[in-house]
Design a protein around this ligand. Structure first.
Ligand code: SF4
Length: 434
């Protein structure tokens, strides 16, 4: 049984999901179908995720952003995670990954899927490890069982660490920060202790059968992504990327949709190279990067270091950015961190989408500029990525008597005498009357 969007696209069918994507991206439905058939676009839409609004991720669609939520053994529960989901969707996350590793994983995930109109991703390895006493007792069967269970629940895409092989482990031994992917480090330790090959790699064909059955998109994880600038673009990272390219082709042979995960921490001057290399080795499958962070010295502000790298990566052709919050490297993000991370990455993706000239993408910016010049404060708030914050900053910085006055032709930045836009209006009026 094969129900994937890719299978149907290759049969020549334009599905309702493709129609929806075509409308939101302002593309021709036939073009969307051909991109999905070619593997250059994925529509992450598990057949059991009933209230999903389908969305396309690919080189010829607008760059999307993902927000991670999920509890840990030390923090958070179902209520808090649903709050984070609401926050993520409200501020514009295009997909949400549930990375829970604590209590009640199944209940939390089902609640998240049931509430979410955006695609939900997971890392099944986390649950597989959580359910056994010792991570070294992990088996291919256990991972496949968890994958099938999550697929049945309606998970739209899954990160699987199937590209890291035994031969790669020595390549990471001289690194500054070793193997920083959680799933990747667990898998490397398992292979090292058991002296066996990666069990997900060995069971890859069975994994593809599950994906065919529910239309789960694979997000082929970069277990060896660099965790610092010093490790960027090294032999370990690029060797795994080549294997991901091979696994991508094997998935496409079975009509399974694929994204490729990418780094990580990358200096600005290596970002273009990383994107081009991925396209070459992975046949232009959608590239989904984590940040990337462009400096290592800003804990507390890594939503900014990541958004700088994300904007460049998106400009060079990355299809989706995984957000980073201010808590990166420091702790589990709360709802406010989720908000700050999402807005930072919305800015990154939107800036790149403008520069890549996708149809209609700049319209909102132009509307905002007009609203600014006409001092239409309410319109400015409604067009802002974060309307509440824009309103709050405007109001709290005005003198008490003008705090709720949205008619002033200035703000507190320059004040009434030095407001250059107000002066520009006067110049224009004079020029018109001369
Ligand atoms: S006062 Fe200055 S910052 Fe404020 S609206 Fe006028 S020009 Fe812009």
């Amino acid at each position: 049984m094969n129900v994937t969007q890719m299978y149907r696209a290759r049969q020549g069918e334009i599905t309702p999901a493709m129609e929806t994507v075509a409308r939101s991206e302002q593309l021709e439905p036939e073009f969307v179908r051909s991109e999905v058939a070619r593997g250059r676009m994925v529509i992450t839409a598990n057949i059991n995720h009933k209230n999903l609004i389908p969305m396309g991720i690919g080189l010829n669609a607008r760059c999307k952003i993902n927000a991670n939520i999920g509890n840990s053994k030390l923090s958070s529960g179902c209520k808090e995670e649903l709050e984070k989901l609401d926050m993520a969707i409200r501020y514009g996350a295009d997909t949400v990954m549930d990375l829970s590793t604590g209590e009640d994983i199944n209940t939390i995930r089902q609640a998240i899927i049931d509430h979410s109109t955006v695609p939900i991703g997971t890392v099944p390895m986390y649950q597989a490890v959580e359910e056994i006493e010792d991570p070294l007792d992990l088996s291919g069967r256990k991972i496949l069982d968890v994958i099938e269970q999550q697929a049945r629940q309606g998970v739209d895409y899954m990160t699987v660490h199937c590209g890291i092989l035994r031969q790669h482990i020595p390549m990471a031994m001289d690194r500054t920060t070793g193997i920083v992917s959680r799933g990747g480090s667990l898998m490397a330790q398992w292979m090292q202790r058991h002296e066996k090959e990666n069990p997900i790699y060995e069971h890859y064909d069975e994994l593809l059968e599950i994906c065919q059955k529910y239309d789960v998109t694979l997000s082929l994880g970069d277990s060896l992504r660099p965790g610092c600038l010093a490790d960027a673009s090294d032999k370990a990272q690029l060797s795994e990327l080549a294997i991901l390219g091979e696994l991508c082709k094997r998935a496409w042979e079975k009509d399974v949709q694929v994204m490729i995960e990418g780094p990580g921490h990358v200096p600005i001057d290596q970002i273009e190279y990383n994107v081009k290399k991925q396209m070459e080795l992975c046949h232009e499958a959608p590239f989904y990067v984590l940040g990337p962070l462009v400096t290592d010295i800003a804990p507390g502000y890594d939503h900014i270091t990541g958004a700088i790298g994300g904007a460049l990566a998106a400009y060079y052709g990355v299809s989706m950015l995984c957000y980073v919050t201010p808590k990166e490297h420091l702790g589990l993000p709360n709802a406010e961190d989720v908000r700050n991370g999402i807005i930072a990455f919305k800015i990154a993706a939107h800036s790149a989408n403008i520069a890549r000239r996708f149809p209609g993408v700049r319209d909102r910016d132009d509307e905002m500029s007009k609203a600014r010049f006409s001092f239409d404060w309410e319109k400015q708030f409604s067009l802002a990525l974060d309307p509440e914050r824009a309103r709050q900053y405007r109001m709290e910085s005005m003198p008490e008597e003008l705090r709720n006055d949205c008619t002033t032709h200035h703000c507190s930045m320059c004040g009434p005498k030095f407001c250059s836009m107000n002066i520009s209006h006067q110049i224009m009026d004079t020029a018109q009357n001369q």
